[in-house]
Design a protein around this ligand. Structure first.
Ligand code: HEC
Length: 465
């Protein structure tokens, strides 16, 4: 027997009854009304490489094309359209599990077909609306910071734009807009000629932008994958960038827009950071899946999972001898790469031979950290690191002996990003509150503190209107 709600749906569609907020005269927008229904209720099975029934519902063209059984739509004739029959007919079979579409949603699909199933010309669905205000009401968090190789400038990722300030804090910042909802990584190429901004728009696209430092012009904008890109960096020869993806893959993206993007599947969750060894042959990756891994750039294959933490990772750097990674677990661990990548060693011989726990042989612990680590910065000369996160301290270490060389206290927590210049004499700290603080090392004297973006003047501490 037909259940009451389903009967109601059938009756509604039979008499052309307009359900909910949809009035008969109102034109239906594919972009605003139809596409969101399909995305929410159908995409889990009707998107990607092998969609159910060979039917993809992700683009207007694919919907026009239909699936295994042919056409999905007969414009003007909902009663002859498979889309309506399968979702709202006597025995709705899609979605196959859970409740059928609400009568209001079916009515939207039906009216859209009645009106000719047209695709309207407002912003395409893949295009998120990126708004960069002339002045901000609240300063955006600084999600990444980087020094230019000569130490004269600092690039800050401020939501959808890169803001470049002078390292003395003076002058007017340069604002470089992108089409990413959120930029997660900024970095200068080793020759100082290019500035990279990587990020994207969640569930839509990852994006890489490269600007020429000389004139601030965007020289490359490439979209990769269907989700945000996190941290990574330029290859040592400056021809490619490697970045972690929210889809668990590492992307190696050539700056030559015609060359192919490579994608390495290495982690089971977000790849939050990627570091190149100085010879450009290996990538060290850190994942939200709690693992730190080493992969070959040439083959894209995993060489070794060097560690699995109890908590998610957030950042990794390498000087070529050691890789250093950290995350939520408050531990900062160095991995001696040559030992970590050797074959498993054994003690004893013959029947008495036993494999020995090799992790101990290549892991070198730094001191414990005062809070969750969110970012590790490597100095240009690859000798020092700065470590920061959910604590009011930023600690500086020399990688080779793991000794702490400086400590900045009383910084504004949480810190989202840190950067060191070439010889680790300058430290930049970017926080959730949008302040950029710069310190001179090793004595830790504050050079300046400023919000890099323009912020509307507020009245008596209240945010401006
Ligand atoms: C849980 C997975 C799943 C969901 C969710 C789902 N489908 Fe399907 N769908 C399938 C599979 C699998 C097939 C092919 C086998 C079959 O017909 O059962 C299919 C087949 C179809 C077909 C027939 C395609 C053809 O040409 O033969 C249509 C039309 C369809 N689905 C529409 C939808 C619509 C519209 C939605 C959302 C309201 C939806 N489906 C949601 C799994 C799903």
């Amino acid at each position: 027997m037909m259940s009451a709600p389903r009967l109601a749906i059938v009756l509604c569609s039979l008499v052309g009854f307009s359900a909910g907020a949809v009035s008969a005269a109102e034109p239906i927008s594919y972009r605003r009304q139809v596409w969101p229904i399909l995305k929410r209720h159908c995409w889990s099975c009707h998107s990607g490489k092998k969609p159910g029934g060979r039917l993809s519902l992700t683009t207007a063209e694919a919907i026009q094309r239909g699936g295994e059984s042919g056409r999905l739509l007969v414009p003007g004739k909902p009663e002859e359209s498979l889309l309506i029959e399968i979702t709202g007919g006597n025995e709705p079979s899609m979605p196959p599990k859970g409740p059928p579409l609400s009568s209001a949603k079916i009515e939207i699909l039906r009216r859209w077909i009645v009106q000719g199933a047209e695709v309207d010309k407002i912003a395409p669905p893949g295009e998120a609306r990126i708004v960069i205000p002339r002045e901000y009401t609240f300063p955006p968090a600084i999600t990444s910071t980087a020094f230019s190789p000569d130490g004269s400038r600092i690039a800050c990722a401020c939501r959808s734009e890169v803001v470049v300030v002078q390292a003395d804090g003076k002058g007017l910042p340069l604002r470089l807009p992108t089409r990413s909802d959120l930029i997660n990584h900024v970095e200068y190429s080793a020759d100082g000629k290019f500035l990279l901004a990587a990020g994207g728009t969640p569930s839509r696209y990852g994006e890489v932008c490269v600007f020429a430092v000389a004139d601030g012009k965007q020289v490359l904008a490439r979209r990769v994958g269907n989700d945000t890109l996190f941290r990574g960096g330029f290859s040592p020869d400056g021809t490619r960038v490697a970045l972690g993806g929210a889809d668990g893959a590492v992307y190696v993206i050539p700056l030559d827009a015609k060359a192919k993007v490579r994608r390495f599947e290495l982690h089971s969750d977000w790849v939050v950071d990627v570091a190149w060894t100085p010879d450009g042959k290996k990538l060290v990756t850190a994942g939200r899946d709690k693992a730190t891994k080493v992969a070959s750039v040439e083959t894209g294959k995993l060489l070794r999972t060097v560690d699995s933490s109890k908590e998610r990772m957030s950042s990794v750097v390498t000087d070529g001898v050691f890789a250093v990674s950290a995350g939520k677990a408050r531990t900062l661990i160095g991995y001696q790469l040559d030992v970590a990548l050797q074959n498993v060693s054994v003690t004893g011989a013959g029947n008495g031979a036993k494999p020995i726990t090799r992790r101990d042989q290549y892991t070198k612990n730094f001191e414990g950290q005062p809070g969750e680590v969110i970012d590790i910065a490597l100095s240009g000369n690859r000798k020092s690191i700065a470590v920061a996160g959910l604590s009011t301290e930023v600690r500086i270490y020399s990688i080779a002996d793991r000794k702490r060389t400086a400590i900045a206290t009383g910084v504004r927590a949480p810190v989202f990003s840190v950067a060191l210049n070439g010889d680790a004499t300058l430290l930049a700290v970017g926080g959730q509150d949008g302040q950029l603080e710069v310190y001179r090392l090793p004595k830790v004297q504050r050079v300046f503190s400023r919000i890099p973006v323009p912020v509307r003047k507020s009245v008596a501490g209240k945010p401006g209107r």
